[in-house]
Design a protein around this ligand. Sequence first.
Ligand code: ZN
Length: 367
Amino acid sequence: MKRLAILLMILAIGADSLAQGTDCGTKPGPFPLLIQKDKQDSLNSILALNTPYCLRVFITVFANDDGTNRAATDADVLRQFQNMVDQYQAHNICFMLLNIKQVNSTDLNSHDADNEPTELNPYKVSGCMNIFIHDVLYDNNGGLNGIAYAIPNTFLSLVRSAVSSTTNLTTMGHELGHCLGLYHTFETYYGTENVTRSAANGCYNCTSAGDLVCDTPADDPTNPNSNVNAACAYVGGRNDPCGTSYSPQTNNIMTYGNRACRTIFTANQGVRMRTIILITPILSAIFADDIAYAPIIPNASYSWNSGDSQQTGRDQLIISNYSNNSYIVNGTANQFIQSKKVTLKPGTHFAPAAGGKVHIKVNPFCN
Ligand SMILES: [Zn+2]
C-alpha cells in the first residue's frame, strides 16, 4: 500500500520536483504564535533573553530491516549538525549532540509524515530535540526535504538528500527554526505581509501577518521555490497587495528560494526563538541547565536498567552530590552524559551489562 502511495505521489508531482527534494512540510497552526510585548519586556528586564541556551539533540538515522540503505552517514550528519551550530551561534543558542543512533526499520525509512507521525513515538528520547533521518520522506502533497510537524515542537524529520547535500546546508537549521517558533518568511496563513515597515502606513502589518517578525522583509509567497536565481537575487518581480515591490531577504534560512543562498537568521528571529523557548514548557524541558545536579535533592535515588536516557549540564554536571544519593545505570540501559565538566561522587554506580553503555562526553558544540 505504501509503495503504491509513493508511486502515485511520484507520478502526481513529477520527477523534476522530487529530484529537488521539494518542500518543507511544516504547516502553521490554527492560531498565530504571538508574543505579547509586555511578556517580552518582562523577560528582557531579567536578562532571561540573553541567557545562552544549550539544546539537547538526539539523532536517529533509519535503515532498512536488514541494516542496508542507511539514510545518512555519520560524517554527513555531523557536517550538517556543525552547519546548524554555526547558524545558531550568533543567536545565543547552542547544541549538545547526545547520540547518532541507527534504527533498522524499512517502514520508517520510507516515512509518510502526514499519516504516520505517531510511528516515531517509540524512538523519541525524552528531554531531547529528536531529529529523524529517512531515506524517503513525503506527505499528502508529495516529497519533502524536511518537516517539523508543528510550530513549536520537539521533533523533526529530514530526508536523505537534505543531509547528504553539499549545497543545501540549512534544512536541519530551517526545520529546527520551526520547532523553536519560526514561520516561513513567505507565510500567508495569518495574512499576507506587506513590504512597508512604517507603522504610520495603512498597509503596515508585519507584527500580525506573514512570519510575525518585522526585521525579515516581506517575502513573495507566489512560487516561493523559484523566485531566487543562482546569484541569490530575487527575480519574482511581483508586488505586495499594496502595490509595493517585494525585496525579500534571499539568504534567510526560513525562506525557500535558492537553498544554496540561505545562511542567516535575523536578530529578531533569534529573539523570537529565545522567547518561545522560555514561554513554551515542552521546549524549556529540552535545554540543559548551566549547572545541573542529579539527583537534585538529598536522599534521592535515580536508576535505569533499560532504554536510552540522558543527563546533562551546560557548564557542569554533578552526579550524586548530596548525602545518601544513589545513581545507578545497569542492565541494557544506554545513558548519555554530557557537560563541559562532569563530576561523579560517591553513590554513583555504573554497571552496564551486554547491550548497555554509559557514554560520558565533553560537549564540543557550546562555547
Ligand atoms: Zn519550512
